[in-house]
Design a protein around this ligand. Structure first.
Ligand code: MCA
Ligand code: AMP
Length: 501
């Protein structure tokens, strides 16, 4: 019997039937199997209810088929999917589950220990994935596409991460804009090497592939040598990654023999498109990648709250150092500090409007209100338009750091570091880095008579923060540079790090 849901992504999958959808360490699964598994999951989550009615379901599965089936199962049961990060320590997981007020936590066996304990503490229903595999009878609810579908956590300029709520319609708008712009078709075959708790991995790669009826091969984690091997072995047509991944692939290529280098370069001829985003792509990386593979990486710009907004063209000239023009059905403009559109050639803050823009920050009405101006979402990124193309110049806040494509908040890290018994005061900044884009650096004032090595700080930090947030550079200072109001001047701090290099 045809389902009564109205989630377009899932309705479309019925048409893709026996086409392979996902290849992962678990095996190869077609669209029908994805539909069957996600239905089973949906019915089990419902546990006799008619509709989860936007209950939050936090889930942690390793990257692969089960992840996708879980996400779809939650949607089909009427829930809001809250994907958790594999690398998050207990304290962060606890925060995400608590903040989203999840009523169900689902975990793959390898994360069961951690999550069962958290669920018990928070008195939340815990479901190990094995329990989702037994057939259950029943029917799934009808889902209004205007309903909330997903909460992704993103770092902001104020302390703890905020939940970005997207509706099914938002997701659909984000996906279809990219399908049109980048010409996704069902014969496409993409290799997925990104985390599955952020827009880049969830929307641009996984959901676009599944919308198109294409094939998505998911690696459990990024490994440069394995990725090159897949480039050689598979009939891939698409690849998308953050600049750090291209840097790591280039390093692996450089470590290969001349004969291997030639084979690896040739293997890239079969791709129709390679995309970079989530952070600025250094021109040197673009040039080296072109020399190795013949591909001019397509650079685009996006954000968790808006999906993708700007992109270089699929066909036509990709202007190096720019992120191109507005994507289909996305409105973009630059404004001055007063919120007025700037003259051409003048830099301003990027604002975005359109159906792909998120609904709200979860249970933060004030912050939601503050981030919109007359219906336009203010991104906090500064850009200029040059000959019609947007060039990103930087961010309004020095408290946001992009490292390896991950957005992290300096304030959140500072708050955690201050709880270290040897740290009296600290300031965290992003330090420019060839490989990571930026590295997390911490300037520390230590308590009298205390010592702290970077190694000790990292070991301690990894128990409290996701590993990519833990400083990889630290300096000990007697004082922090401050302005007359007593606020740490992070620009001066950056100079201090440069001097102590
Ligand atoms: C890990 N390390 C780091 C970082 N991450 N050091 C500095 N900066 C980092 N960001 C350290 C680890 O602690 C470890 O050190 C060592 O580097 C190797 O770590 P490992 O985890 O093995 O690295 P990796 O697996 O090679 O990871 C690199 C990666 C990963 C694959 C580039 O960072 C990644 O998947 N990034 C993508 C994030 C992403 O999807 N962002 C999109 C957000 P030690 O051994 O000492 O512990 S969505 C978005 O931004 C918007 C919407 C958009 O526009 O796309
Ligand atoms: P996130 O909140 O993780 O979604 O990160 C979004 C941020 O990544 C944006 O606000 C930008 O600062 C940055 N970003 C994404 N793509 C690019 C790009 N191509 N160039 C420069 N910055 C980018």
């Amino acid at each position: 019997m045809a389902s009564s849901e109205k989630i377009a992504l899932i309705e479309r999958a019925e048409e893709h039937g026996s086409r392979p959808a996902i290849i992962s360490s678990e095996g190869t699964y077609n669209y029908r199997q994805l539909l069957e598994r996600s239905k089973q999951i949906g019915l089990t989550l419902l546990a006799g209810k008619d509709d989860l009615k936007e209950e939050r379901v936090a889930f942690l599965a390793s990257r692969g088929f089960d992840y996708a089936a879980l996400q779809w199962g939650i949607w089909r049961a009427g829930g809001i999917a809250v994907p958790l990060g594999e690398m998050h320590p207990v304290s962060e997981l606890e925060y995400l589950i608590g903040d989203s007020a999840a009523s169900i936590v689902v975990a793959h066996p390898e994360f069961r220990g951690k999550l069962r304990a958290i669920a018990r503490n928070l008195r939340v229903r815990f479901v190990p994935t094995e329990e989702l595999f037994s057939p259950v009878k029943g029917s799934l609810p009808q889902i209004d596409p205007a309903r909330r579908a997903m909460i992704l956590y993103t770092s902001g300029t104020t302390g703890k991460a905020k939940g970005v709520v997207s509706t099914h319609l938002n997701i659909q708008a984000q996906v279809t804009s990219l399908i049109d712009a980048w010409g996704w078709v069902s014969p496409d075959y993409i290799l997925h090497v990104l985390p599955l708790h952020h827009v880049h991995g969830i929307i641009n790669v996984l959901t676009c592939a599944l919308w198109a009826g294409a094939k998505c091969e998911i690696l459990p984690r990024f490994d440069p040598v394995e990725t090159w091997q897949k480039f050689v072995e598979r009939d891939l047509t698409l690849f998308m990654a953050v600049p750090t991944i291209y840097v790591k692939l280039i390093s692996a290529w450089e470590a290969a023999t001349p004969r291997e280098q030639q084979l690896l370069g040739e293997a890239c001829q079969k791709f129709r498109l390679m995309v970079s985003g989530s952070a600025a792509l250094p021109v040197s990386v673009l040039a080296k990648w072109k020399a190795i593979t013949g591909h001019t990486l397509l650079e685009r710009y996006g954000m968790t709250e808006i999906g993708m907004a700007l992109s270089n063209p699929l066909r036509g000239v990709r202007v190096v150092g720019t992120v191109g023009t507005a994507l289909p059905r996305v409105e973009v403009r630059l404004v001055d500090d007063g919120g007025n559109p700037v003259e051409p050639g003048v830099s301003g803050e990027i604002q975005v409007r359109g159906p792909s823009v998120f609904l709200e920050y979860w249970q933060r009405p004030e912050e939601t209100k503050a981030s919109f101006r007359h219906g336009w979402f203010s991104t906090g990124d500064i850009a200029v338009v040059e000959k019609g193309n947007y060039r990103i110049l930087g961010r309004k806040s020095t408290d946001i750091i992009k490292t390896g494509g991950y957005k992290v908040s300096a304030l959140e890290i500072e708050e955690v570091l201050r709880s270290h018994p040897a740290i009296k005061e600290c300031a965290v900044i992003g330090i420019e880095d060839r490989e990571w884009g930026e590295r997390v650096g911490a300037a520390l004032i230590l308590q009298k008579g205390k010592d702290l090595t970077l190694g000790e700080l990292r070991t301690w930090g990894k128990k409290r923060l996701a590993p990519y947030k833990v400083p990889t550079r630290a300096i000990v200072v007697d004082d922090l540079p401050r302005n007359p109001l007593g606020k740490v001047t992070k620009v001066s701090l950056k100079k201090l790090f440069k001097k102590t290099k």
